[in-house]
Design a protein around this ligand. Sequence first.
Ligand code: ZN
Length: 311
Amino acid sequence: MNYLSIDFGGTYIKYGVINEKEKVVYFNKVKTFSHCGPNFVLARLLDIIFKMISDFDVLAVSIAVASPVDPEKGILYNPPNLPGFEVFDLGKYIRERVPVPVFIDNDANLYALGEYFKGAGEGSKVMVALTLGTGVGGGIVFDGNLWYGAHGFGGELGHITIDPSGPLCNCGNRGCLEALASSTFLIGFVKRRLAEGEASLLASFRDSLTGEVIYNKAKEGDFLAKEAFRRLGKNLGIGLASIANIFDPDVIVVGGGLSGSREFFAEEMMEEFNRRALLSTKDFCKIKFSELGDLSAIWGGYFRIIQNIRR
Ligand SMILES: [Zn+2]
């Protein structure tokens, strides 16, 4: 008996097969080619599902999507990194074609669920998870269950306001956590300071800046690169303090691609967190980094299936 868990993002489709003894028996990662449009991407997704169903005895499938999603039906609402999908009933589309039960959820939710049961959140009662990448995703787990809000869209922690006059966010507001603690923030910050004439090793990368380039230059000791990460850490600490004050969690897990650069932001993050979190929550709330990397949403998908099949 096996379960197929897919992490369907704008850049990669990662997928794993986990058996009933909780062993990952297969894992692979392919490019999404999201710029080729929905028809291409959906065919690619179905190919993977059919291949896995024929190679392994797959009992159920879960799909973690980088999109606001109705977790019951599996309807996507304007996924920012999957052009052309807009409002799309992925649940209906997949369930009409695939002969086993299919569960669809937001990728940050399933990353949170994975970390709760198998990663940095293990043993906690209340856990909040943030994932830092191009944007900032969030998931909230109470007593082993994801918290969805009244209509399935809760937990959008990336859009709490940190600075009302801060940079524009993808959602249209200003100064969201997502606009201030993501690789998009690092790039914007560096571009602004370069335009002001600051000397930096990053000057020759002006048009090809990425989070990774800025991280590499920080490692070479570049002041501007290190300053960008310090600012990110401070912004993130402000967000973490609000989250701790609201939820009183045992753990807040920080993950996503950017968390690999923690050496350059963890100190400022903790300083700001300790400055702003209330004494009552700060003493109990641990800040930890993700332990499952590429596999967090894969594990989360597995637990989403198990929880729903048992119900
Ligand atoms: Zn926002």
